[in-house]
Design a protein around this ligand. Sequence first.
Ligand code: MRU
Length: 365
Amino acid sequence: MKIDGVHYRTIFPAEDGDGIMVIDQTRLPFAFALLRLRDMDEAAQAIVTMVVRGAPLIGATAAYGVAMQMRADPSDASLAGAIRRLTATRPTAVNLHWALSRMERCLSAVPTSQRAERAFAEAAALCDEDVEQCRQIGAHAMTLIAERHRETGRPVNILTHCNAGWLACVDWGTALSPIYQAHDAGIPVHVWVDETRPRNQGAALTAYELGGHGVPHTVIVDNAGGHLMQHGKVDMCITGTDRTTATGDVANKIGTYLKALAARDNGVPFYVTLPASTIDWTIDDGVSGIEIEERAEREVTHLTGLTDSGTIETIRVVAPGSPAGNPAFDVTPARLVTRLITERGICEASRKGLLGLYPERRAAA
Ligand code: MRU
């Protein structure tokens, strides 16, 4: 996507060959800054500290982390160590494991002398595929927005949670891709942006993205969605997912489940967008089977923002001494998901639906 007329991907090899460049998402929306990651350890740290975040981008960063490690030391022990270190960065998004398994499979078949070159090529291919898949997800999901516009003749109000836009992927995004494509095609849309406490990915990142693209939007507090749905102000919800089970349960940013419950109660369609790399075919029940990341209390007790005098400050907002809990994701059962939308098309959130789009998985199911 474009920033000040320049097209950026969220991750790309540095032009001078020294490491990779990412957008430092901890500084958005107040500053757009590129950050150089020089080695595998810096890539792992960037994932842990959420300089980069969002399921597909975590996978892409891990892939480049392996590539940088192969440049430093292409031995088997070094490859295994890099996979171990990067696997431990964040537990919920399965794209991380998918990307690391892909790198491991590819590199173990290659002599050590060729590993670095092969690893960078594979990481680049993975990024290119992510861009194309996100574009395709958007094209499929856009048909649902267009259909709603044809039915009502007015702007389509879409509620989204967290950030599943281009910042969460390599480009385009998953949930925001159809919104960009609809907007670009002249279909009027308006997005309700959940602020997404505790880290405010909605207020900070989704609002930044939509504003940059000229898409009409309104930031709302996380608890407003149900009220808006009761009053007919939401035509559909579209979110991303960090891990989708073989039966169509979806883990996504904490609070997604409550939006899906409110949507069901109000007859509002709840769509979830994802590339195939987000499907965990080994898990059936998301609630018992998906590990939910617990993050630091400080993300709940403190807020960082821009003061009126233009300085960035962090302040405590919770009563001193009160403990805070911080589960970062929740699971929305398939029964609450109206449709899954992948790069291959639109399907029911069920094993049957997913196997319809990915028939090659039938033998394993
Ligand atoms: O904790 P984050 O910011 O990495 O969480 C991101 C989300 O929950 C996104 O919705 C998800 O990764 C899908 S991104 C296409």
